[in-house]
Ligand binder design. Structure first.
Ligand code: TXA
Ligand code: MG
Length: 332
């Protein structure tokens, strides 16, 4: 049996231990303002490979490289004017940019999963930032088993990945993630339009306001087929973010076979065990609660289905509905 990973409070001492573990090729889970990430030194092939193994992640699905600032991003990618504009407006924060790799970058090719692009993000969470300052660029997907709910608390990481395997050295506990939904992913191909690859923490409308024009939209994926070539964002499988219980969306009538994930005013007394994302109908509050409430409902469902009330599509609603639609999609 391999050594057990600890959940540590991120005091300077824990940050030093985490940096040393990363430098030796091990994995460290750390908080960001969106969700917890499973980090590896982006320069060490074996460490990046261990991320795919720990998550059971398909090898065609590339990883985000987290950087302490845009100057670091520009060392590794072709950081054009659009990238600078968006980084100035939204970094540090919940925006990821997919850019051409620089041919001379020492970042592992494994993060790009065979593409000639690299996703970069500068997170705002002070623990993530302190770790990046010490340990350099970190490849980090959400710290959950592939296809499952993303972690918004340190204990979720341990529950999803298990802490008993050798790759994961430790989980840095930075409390609950303030946003609770993954970053927005924008593709910036050299010869093509800025494209929304994944709705997320920064509403698409806000990105469009800074660019001054509309984003192109990536075609939605309707299949879970791993072999499909040419995906613009390979991680966008139809089924993802899935709890174990079946889930139905846009429901306002419930029966005893449901536990309800409500939003706003409740139309009738809800079945026992139900939860409300935001009784006042606030989308920020709903985003922050989404993954943790799905986890809680999954734990009490016992064969019942999770019925979700309608959620509007404006602002963070686009990302919330994206995650819910994929949580409800037929499983592979
Ligand atoms: O908020 C977040 O983005 C979190 C935190 C930890 O930063 N990370 C995260 O990573 O959600 P992950 O691996 O769960 O999702 C990354 C998404 C995937 O859909 C992946 O396909 C896409 O970004 N992606 C990464 N590199 C890409 C690339 N070179 N081209 C297109 N899509 C890419
Ligand atoms: Mg993920």
């Amino acid at each position: 049996m391999t050594e057990q990973a600890d959940i540590l409070q991120p005091l300077p001492d824990a940050l030093d231990k985490a940096s040393a573990a990363l430098a030796s090729g091990r994995l460290v889970a750390f908080p960001t303002e969106t969700v917890y990430g499973l980090g590896a030194s982006a320069m060490i092939d074996e460490a990046v490979a261990a991320i795919f193994e720990a998550k059971g992640r398909p090898h065609f699905n590339p990883l985000i490289v987290h950087v302490p600032d845009s100057a670091t991003a520009a060392q590794h990618t072709v950081f054009d004017e659009r990238a600078s504009l968006l980084a100035d407006a939204f970094w540090p924060g919940g925006l990821t940019l997919v850019l051409p790799r620089r041919p001379d970058t020492p970042i592992s090719l494994l993060v790009s999963a065979g593409l000639d692009t690299m996703a970069v993000r500068c997170p705002a969470h002070p623990v993530a930032h302190a770790l990046l300052e010490r340990a350099g660029p970190l490849a980090a997907p959400s710290a959950n088993a592939s296809g499952k709910l993303s972690p918004t608390q340190a204990t979720h990481v341990a529950a999803s990945l298990g802490t008993g395997h050798g790759h994961l050295a430790m989980v840095l506990d930075g409390g609950e993630c303030a946003i609770g939904l993954e970053s927005t992913v924008i593709g910036l191909p050299l010869d093509g339009p800025a494209t929304l690859l994944r709705p997320g923490a920064v509403p698409g409308e806000d990105v469009e306001a800074v660019l001054g024009y509309a984003l192109a939209k990536a075609a939605p994926h309707t299949s879970n087929d791993d072999s499909t070539q040419g995906r613009s964002s390979p991680g966008q499988l139809a089924s993802h973010y899935a709890p174990d219980a079946p889930i139905v969306l846009n429901t306002t009538q419930f029966d005893e076979n449901d536990v309800v994930l409500a939003f706003g005013a409740e139309p009738c007394p809800l079945p026992k065990g139900s939860l409300n994302l935001s009784p006042s109908g606030n989308l920020r509050e709903a985003a922050a609660h989404l993954f943790s409430m799905l986890r809680l409902l999954d734990a009490v469902a016992h064969g019942k289905r999770i019925a979700v009330m309608p959620i509007p599509m404006d602002g963070l609603g686009a990302a919330i509905n994206d995650r819910l639609t994929r949580a409800a999609a037929p499983r592979p």
